[in-house]
Design a protein around this ligand. Structure first.
Ligand code: 0RA
Length: 626
């Protein structure tokens, strides 16, 4: 090859050097999440090929040697010489940043991938990558290392003329990643979601280490998705489904109400879960409220006033999926759809389709309407109850709960609210705390299981109203993040079974009533030590694994197990669990919204069999990571 080739190559490689220098900018992190992001990025390219209508099967394998194989039956990445770069097009895709499938806008109108950085990022962050392409009756292969081609693209064999596809095997670079093990469960969740969102696309996942295999396939697409989400709930009707395609923007919606009280609306844009919502969700909610109000008025079931958004969404499970050309993602985690034209598009499409459905299915329409009317009645009753609580609270300090030991700093920036289980622990933590910035709210044992009670009952429970008032944001439609009174909400419970249960009840409350706080990163769990080792000075130990290590290191067996927080002196409590410089706290985040919803329903709901199964499967990693 000539000097020209070399020069182009250098320009290209500079781009990937940037990826290696700042990997987190491209894949979020270099931990477990980032590692799995490599697989998503590669799979997204195959999903794009499916969205374009050319691919029906994607197979993914976790291999014994630490690599992952992603294979599809699409058209195969083009191998002809790229006119500008004078190297095979596939090599451009693998070595040029942002060159994924998207460099050819004519080929792809729609494209997934959260960061959309493409397959070159996977290449840059792999110590080795092999690509194999079947195209034009030939099999091509090329090998890379850390973003650089190690071989030229070679023909290594023949195949049937109609046989096309792309196969990538990559070995993540241990110089980049702190974690190198792929987790079957994490991949499984995402692939199930992709299969539901792309009716007819089959994704096969194999773990050759654990010897596990599963195929994800949903002929019914979103209809199966809502059924799956409602699988442990009492459903009210068969799913409502419609699809609209206007100038290549495709809207698909599935709705199924259940007998519960919760709202479960999940939005997806080009198969990406828009956790922060956006214009598509806004348009959907607006239309839903309007159609149900209009229907109720027409049936003379609603004389005065209106059903609120919360009323019409009680017990709803819905998926709003949009596939579109140029999505603009906004928000903290870039998961909020910003395109303003989408709001009106979804609003009018849903208004038309849903009113038509109601006309044609009066018995379903009636059930949904009655549920919303019931909810409105309960809402009025709850308002009365809340007013009562508020009046009661007005007698305590500035409307704050009497049990709250507030901090003196009134700005929320550096302040923390400790929610503490038990009287004696609350007592020591009040002595231990930094009064300037740390507030203590004691809890009387177990709070109500909000998963099993209706919102009216939940919101009239004293422990729960105390928390809501102390936190300041309100709940539901009135939730306002700007009113948050503390920067960190820290749940502090004993490190025993009861403590775990209370922790789960509290997390369930936050997940159902203030999910925004979790999404915004304000909710934490304190990690009190399990043991103290006395040897000249005191050492605190936070897990059994650590205990083994420490006792070996200190050559000692002089060990005290803490039975509960209340047993610690205020000095010990401060040193181990509350001092921001020395304590450990765990930030709670929602890895996958659909999965988290299922987990909470199952952990706290009525399906005993499912809960048993979950506990059996998860007994070893009993940590609650939502
Ligand atoms: C650009 C153009 C064409 C296919 C692809 C990219 C493609 C990329 C990937 C990545 C993973 N699997 C893929 N499959 C296809 C189409 C070119 C043509 O017209 O045949």
């Amino acid at each position: 090859m000539t000097a020209k080739y070399g020069a182009e190559q250098i320009k290209v490689l500079e781009g990937l050097e940037g990826v290696r220098k700042r990997p987190a900018m491209y894949i979020g992190s270099t931990g477990k999440e980032g590692l799995h992001h490599l697989v998503y990025e590669a799979v997204d390219n195959s999903v794009d090929e499916a969205l374009a209508g050319h691919c029906t099967l994607i197979t993914v394998a976790i291999n014994k040697d630490g690599s992952v194989t992603i294979k599809d039956n699409g058209r195969g990445i083009p191998v002809d010489i790229h006119p500008q770069f004078r190297i095979p097009a596939v090599q451009v895709a693998l070595t040029k940043l942002h060159a994924g499938g998207k460099f050819d806008k004519k080929s792809y109108a729609i494209s997934g991938g959260l960061h959309g950085v493409g397959i070159s990022v996977v290449n840059a962050l792999s110590k080795k990558l092999i690509i194999e392409i079947k195209r034009g009756a030939k099999i091509y292969q090329q090998e890379y290392s850390r973003g650089k081609a190690r071989t030229k693209l070679e023909v290594i064999g023949k195949c049937g003329n109609g046989e096309t596809g792309t196969k990538i095997i990559f070995w993540p670079d241990e110089k980049i990643f702190s974690a190198l093990d792929f987790d079957y469960k994490i991949l499984e969740t995402r692939f199930r979601e992709i299969a539901f969102l792309n009716a007819g696309l089959k994704i096969s996942l194999t773990d050759k280490i654990k010897d596990k295999n599963e195929e994800f396939f949903a002929a019914g697409g979103l209809i199966e998705f809502v059924k799956w989400m409602n699988k442990s709930k009492e459903i009210m009707h068969k799913p409502i489904y419609f699809k609209r395609d206007v100038n290549g923007t495709v809207l698909e919606i599935a709705i199924q109400y259940n007998a519960g009280y919760r709202e479960n609306i999940f939005g997806f844009v080009n198969t990406i879960n828009t956790v922060e919502g956006g214009t598509h969700i806004f348009g959907f909610k607006t239309a839903l409220t309007r159609v149900i109000n209009d229907y109720a008025r027409k049936k003379q079931a609603l004389k005065n006033g209106n059903l609120s958004g919360d009323d019409v969404r009680e017990g709803i499970t819905a998926i709003v999926s949009i596939k579109m050309g140029d999505p603009q993602f906004e928000g903290q985690t870039k998961t909020k759809l910003g395109n303003s034209e989408i709001k009106g598009f979804v609003d009018s499409a849903v208004t038309l389709a849903l009113s038509e459905f109601f006309e044609e299915n009066p018995s379903i329409a009636r059930k949904i309407m009655s549920k919303a009317l019931d909810s409105a009645k309960a809402r009025l009753a709850a308002k009365k109850a809340k007013d009562l609580v508020r009046r009661k609270n007005a007698f305590s300090l500035g409307g704050l709960p009497g049990k709250l030991a507030d901090c003196s700093n009134k700005k929320s920036e550096n302040t923390e609210l400790y929610i503490v289980e038990g009287e004696s622990a609350a007592g020591s933590s009040k002595q231990a705390r930094d009064k300037e910035n740390q507030a203590i709210l004691p809890l009387k044992g177990k709070i109500l299981n909000v998963e099993k009670s209706n919102p009216v009952r939940a919101l009239s429970s004293e422990e729960i109203t105390n928390m809501i008032t102390a936190i300041g944001t309100g709940v539901g439609e009135q939730f306002n993040l700007e009113k948050l009174r503390y920067n960190k909400i820290i749940i502090m419970c004993d490190a025993d079974v009861d403590g775990e249960h209370i922790k789960t009840l509290l997390l369930t409350f936050f997940f159902r009533f203030m999910p925004e706080l979790i999404k915004n990163g304000n909710v934490f769990v304190a990690m009190p030590p399990l043991y103290r080792i006395r040897k000249k000075k005191d050492y605190y130990v936070y897990s059994d694994k650590e205990l083994k290590k420490m006792s070996e290191k200190l050559a000692t067996t002089n060990v005290t197990r803490f039975k509960g927080l209340g047993e610690m002196s205020s000095v010990q409590l401060w040193d181990t669990t509350m001092n921001p410089r020395t304590r450990r706290v765990k930030k709670i985040f929602i890895e996958d919204a659909v999965e988290a919803d299922q987990t909470f329903s199952m952990l706290m709901g009525d399906d005993v069999q499912a809960r048993k199964q979950f506990i059996l499967e998860n007994a070893l990693n009993a940590e609650l990571d939502v």
